[in-house]
Design a protein. Structure first.
Length: 75
C-alpha cells in the first residue's frame, strides 16, 4: 500500500509525506489506493526514508514502461 501511495504521489507531483497523508484522507482515489486506511505522515516519511533508493528505481521503471507503451513522451 505504501509503495502505491508514493508512486501515485510522485506521479502527481506530491513529494511531501504531510501532503500525501492529507490526500489519503481527502482524495477518493488516494483513499482507494490506501485501501481505506489513513497512514500518518510519520509512517509515510519513515517508509520513504528506508526505501528511497528502491522507490526511485521503481518510479524510473514505471516511467520507462509507460514510455515504451506510448503513454508518455520523454524528452
Amino acid at each position: 500500500m505504501m509503495t502505491k501511495l508514493w508512486l501515485y504521489g510522485y506521479s502527481v507531483g506530491v513529494c511531501s509525506s504531510r501532503r500525501l497523508a492529507t490526500l489519503a484522507t481527502r482524495d477518493v482515489g488516494v483513499t482507494m489506493l490506501a485501501a481505506g486506511s489513513r497512514p500518518d505522515f510519520r509512517t509515510l516519511s519513515e517508509f520513504r526514508r528506508r526505501h528511497l533508493v528502491a522507490l526511485a528505481g521503481l518510479f524510473t521503471q514505471v516511467v520507462q514502461v509507460c514510455a515504451s507503451n506510448g503513454l508518455v513522451q520523454l524528452r
